[in-house]
Ligand binder design. Structure first.
Ligand code: AMP
Ligand code: MG
Length: 326
């Protein structure tokens, strides 16, 4: 690959999608819908996926894209108002798009199987946070030979430095090249992301999902107790948690299985995991195995996800075992 071309196109695509999401979040009424699995999807999930997939297809026509959404519900006659609203939001950024273009672009993200090179996209990660007016992310990653080699993650409601009072960041990483933090509003580089060096359990800052369906809050409590962590976990939605660890604002992100059968999807972790690794941190599952992006759209060989600044990772894995989590 030409690393600069992929990098600049990924960043531009994610930034444009984040702009659409910001517009939608500013006026949320009637913009969401329940999927078959009862999880919510919004005008912005569809619009974001349409924008990113169309850009990827224009620049890399042969690359498959494994993305979270598909256009089926927008094609249903009863959902005309929803699809009209998606079109309206996309037209604000792409003046010449049609309804058919949008349905087609969304479905470009329909790959499911593993291939030697593909993109994976979560058009809005943390939709529940998005609907609450809280954190969410647009997360894109390029996977080659089963490894994440590039990622761009926009967090429109996150700020990672005290100096910068403005909210909205985009973090981007290339394998072997580090992670950069950009200000989303003008894409000025804020700095290079580095994980914190804290290794003292008492002052470890830990984050986890807001949703108790997505992670075991009680499990986190037991693990924190075993490690001697005294601070309360910070709860936030989406891969913003990876950005918080990558930028040194927390030492750990725990995603302890809350459901026996649940298998994690690659788009929830590909982008974020490279941000942390390139900032000097470690990402594994609860058994200490690396995340295996070589199996299609799910992390079938992994269980839960554990992210840290690297200082206490082994002790963390031991504590998870001691807490009886598996
Ligand atoms: P978060 O914002 O960290 O709560 O993560 C949001 C993501 O959790 C969504 O994109 C879903 O794909 C994913 N998710 C849905 N159900 C579960 C579950 N039972 N366990 C873990 N993650 C889940
Ligand atoms: Mg997600």
């Amino acid at each position: 690959m030409n690393p600069n071309r992929e990098y600049s196109i990924a960043i531009a695509a994610v930034r444009e999608a984040a702009e659409l999401c910001t517009n939608v979040q500013a006026q949320l009424e009637n913009s969401s819908f329940q999927k078959k699995d009862r999880s919510p999807v919004t005008v912005a999930d569809f619009g974001s996926q349409a924008l990113v997939c169309s850009r990827l297809r224009a620049s890399f026509p042969d690359d498959p894209i494994i993305a979270e959404e598909n256009a089926d519900v927008l094609r249903e006659s009863g959902n005309k108002a929803l699809s009209e609203r998606v079109l309206r939001e996309v037209l604000r950024l792409r003046g010449d798009a049609t309804r058919d273009d949008i349905l087609h672009w969304i479905d470009l993200g329909g790959a499911k199987e593993y291939s030697d090179r593909f993109w994976t996209l979560d058009p809005i990660d943390g939709t529940k946070g998005f609907l609450r007016g809280d954190q969410y992310a647009v997360a894109l990653a390029l996977i080659e030979a089963g490894k994440v080699v590039l990622s761009a993650v926009a967090c429109p409601n996150l700020s990672v430095t005290q100096a910068d009072s403005e909210t909205g960041v985009l973090l981007a990483a290339r394998k072997g090249d580090g992670t950069l933090i950009y200000r989303l509003s003008d894409m000025a580089v804020i700095g290079e992301a580095r994980v914190s060096a804290h290794a003292e359990p008492a002052s470890i800052r830990l984050c986890e999902s807001v949703e108790s369906m997505h992670t075991s809050h009680s499990g986190t409590g037991r693990v924190a107790g075993i490690l001697g962590i005294t601070t309360e976990p910070v709860r936030l939605d989406s891969q913003a948690k990876y950005a918080v660890v990558a930028s040194g604002n927390a030492e750990m992100y725990l995603r302890l299985p809350s459901d026996r059968r649940y298998v994690e999807n690659i788009w929830d972790h590909a982008g974020g995991s490279l941000l942390v690794e390139e900032a000097g941190g470690i990402v594994t599952d609860i058994h200490g195995n690396h995340l295996d992006f070589g199996l299609g759209y799910q992390l079938k060989n992994n269980r839960g996800v554990i992210v840290s600044n690297g200082q206490l990772h082994d002790r963390l894995l031991d504590a998870i075992q001691e807490a009886g989590i598996d």
